[in-house]
Every structure is written in C-alpha cells, then in structure tokens.
Design a protein around this ligand. Sequence first.
Ligand SMILES: CC(C)(COP(=O)(O)OP(=O)(O)OC[C@H]1O[C@@H](n2cnc3c(N)ncnc32)[C@H](O)[C@@H]1OP(=O)(O)O)[C@@H](O)C(=O)NCCC(=O)NCCS
Length: 161
Amino acid sequence: MMNWLCEWWRGGTAVVEPAAVRDAARLAQIHGASFAQGWGESEFEIMIGERNTLVHRLRLGRRVIGFAVSRIGADEAEILSVAVDSAHRGRGLSRSLLLTHMGHLAGRGVRTIFLEVEENNQPARRLYAATGFVVVGRRERYYKQANGEQLNALLMRRDLS
Ligand SMILES: CC(C)(COP(=O)(O)OP(=O)(O)OC[C@H]1O[C@@H](n2cnc3c(N)ncnc32)[C@H](O)[C@@H]1OP(=O)(O)O)[C@@H](O)C(=O)NCCC(=O)NCCS
C-alpha cells in the first residue's frame, strides 16, 4: 500500500519508450535546461526521423521527463545526449532510461558504445560507471563555456556482449 501511495505521489511509474516527433518541443525544452548549448525542436524532429539515430523518451504519467539519444554507425554507437528534467533527478530514473536505450542499441546490432562526458559532471559519471562504461581517453579543454572556461572531456566505452 505504501509503495503504491509513494508511486502515485511521484506521478506513477516511469516508462522508457521510443520518442515521437510530437515530443520534439518537450525534448528541446529539457535539453535547453540541461546543457549550455541547447538543441532546438527542429533538431530533435530530424533526429527522431533519422534511421541511424535512436531517441528514447522517459515518461512519467503523461509527462515526458527525460530522453536518451544515440547515433548508430555499423556495429558502433555514440550516445549523443542523456538528460532528466531537474525536478526528477536523483531518483535513479536515468539508469533505467540508459539501460533500456542500450538494450535497443544491442537489438540494432551495436557491439560497442562510446560517449563523451565532462570530467566534473559527477552525476553523469556515476550513471555511466554504474551502467558499465569505462574511461578510455581524455580530451583537454574540450568544452568551451560561455564564460570562456574550458573543461576537459572523458571518452568512455561500453562493450555489449
Ligand atoms: C546525468 C543525469 C541524466 C542523471 O540523472 P538522474 O536520474 O538524476 O540520475 P540518478 O538519480 O541515477 O543519479 C546518478 C548518480 O549521480 C549521483 N548524484 C546525483 N546528484 C549528484 C551530485 N550533485 N553530485 C554527485 N553525485 C550526484 C547519484 O547519487 C547517482 O549515483 P549513485 O547511483 O552511485 O548513487 C542528470 O543529472 C541530468 O540530466 N544532468 C544534466 C544533463 C547531463 O549532464 N547529462 C549527461 C551528459 S554526458
């Protein structure tokens, strides 16, 4: 009873499912609030329509609260972006989002996944470590901030067996 009540209070069970073109505006909104350089609605529309790009949405009840985007090339993929609405962070939702997304990549024949993450982005680094990614490289001063600050990127890899 208590579990059901808690879930109801939080808005229901989170589900991960393919994004549709009608989600583009909401995904752009979440992206813009999560990253210094936001992607626009039209960019999401294009990615959702592309065959080599995989876009999943994280939905809680009727509200889309996150997404994962990857680009596939042969048997490799790159995770381009993962984000959860700030109001819903810290509850482990990104883990099921990413694991489901990776399961679909495996289903598309992907054997290796790469991604880049800002070195000081602890929530993202913990997420990627928990989902089996390992650091395979480092790019100095890779991200340029609006204030001129330059941040390092880590290149991470996960093999799907
Ligand atoms: C990264 C992100 C997707 C994680 O989503 P989330 O649903 O909040 O993830 P979780 O609740 O599973 O938390 C992830 C881990 O970060 C930890 N964490 C959360 N906030 C933290 C903080 N401020 N400092 C350090 N660790 C933190 C959590 O404890 C968890 O680690 P654990 O599983 O070892 O306990 C989310 O923070 C986000 O959207 N950030 C902005 C976009 C972004 O940076 N995306 C990644 C780009 S590469």
